[in-house]
Design a protein around this ligand. Structure first.
Ligand SMILES: [Zn+2]
Length: 296
């Protein structure tokens, strides 16, 4: 897909706008798709927003010695130049940085970037404390969804939603690193849980769509027969596990509302019985970890 030729590029910008307007906590996959759509994106009509707030403001936040800062880097890939121009013009990253800076004290600057990376990726770089969303990853997600057999518009919407999940996953890495948060387990899983927590608890319908889109991407990618040994050795959980974990977080956030996930067999009952506890544990943990750094 050539992003600059998409007629509904504005959808992407709107998705970014929603993404970067988050005021709460802020918190890679890449492979060739195919296979049928797992169609776990269900119960869409049943997604009332839950705009509960995060933890109460701490009485004495940590010293604020940095900011989220936007950096616009030169785009070398011609087909990404148009979308890059629009992202800059709409000041999407700048708006996100403003909101983040209002919400969190930082021990040093964290840089936010969107750019072409010459690889399908999104990442937090501890060396310069930067979060980068690569246009190649957006393109790859679009192709992943498109090859599952859905329409262009559906694939585009799902790509937008999945990007929100990925961005928050990378922000989680940034916060873990800069706040030196304890992680008693796999950090990739912790970042997934943070992203799911923020999406499900803070972002209403958009957040729910983001976690569903991510779970769909995990499911599709899990069926692509990638190098099994490499996958097993990877620091990320297997895509199958990320798929079930995402569904577990969705179900656990409101079992009654999302009962269809279990009824249709997407999530085994044996796992589902634990999900409400798992979700609440993730929420409570992230609230507690971030509380000392919150400004309001
Ligand atoms: Zn990660």
């Amino acid at each position: 897909m050539d992003l600059k030729l998409r007629p509904n590029l504005v959808n992407l910008l709107l998705a970014f706008g929603a993404l970067f307007l988050i005021t709460g906590c802020f918190c890679s996959s890449s492979r060739e798709p195919e296979v049928e759509q797992p169609d776990v994106y269900i119960d869409e009509s049943n997604t009332a927003a839950s705009n509960k707030t995060l933890a109460p403001a701490p009485s004495a936040p940590k010293q604020d010695e940095g900011d989220f800062i936007v950096e616009h880097l030169e785009i070398e890939t011609p087909r990404y130049k148009e979308i890059d121009r629009q992202v800059k013009e709409a000041k999407l990253l700048e708006n996100a940085a403003d909101k983040l800076n209002q919400a969190f004290a930082l021990p040093r600057n964290i840089y936010l970037r969107t750019k072409d990376c010459k690889e399908v990726n999104a990442f937090y770089d501890t060396n310069d404390a930067s979060v980068t969303m690569c246009y190649e990853l957006m393109e790859d997600l679009y192709r992943t969804f498109k090859k599952s057999g859905i329409s262009d518009d559906q694939a585009y919407r799902k790509m937008n939603d999945a990007v929100r999940f990925v961005f928050l996953h990378e922000i989680a890495h940034a916060l873990i690193d800069q706040y030196k948060l304890p992680v008693a387990g796999n950090e990739e899983d912790a970042a997934d849980r943070c992203s799911a927590y923020i999406n499900l608890k803070e972002l209403g319908d958009e957040g729910l769509r983001a976690v569903y889109a991510a779970s769909d991407a995990f499911a599709i990618e899990s069926k692509q027969g990638d190098n099994r040994e490499r996958s097993l050795a990877d620091e990320h959980l297997l895509q199958e596990q990320r798929f079930y974990n995402s569904l577990c977080m969705i179900y656990g956030s409101d079992p009654k509302k999302h009962q269809t996930i279990v009824d249709k067999g997407y999530l085994p009952k044996e796992r589902a019985t634990r999900c409400q506890w798992e979700y609440q544990r993730a929420v409570d943990s992230w609230i507690k970890l971030l509380e000392p750094w919150r400004k309001n």
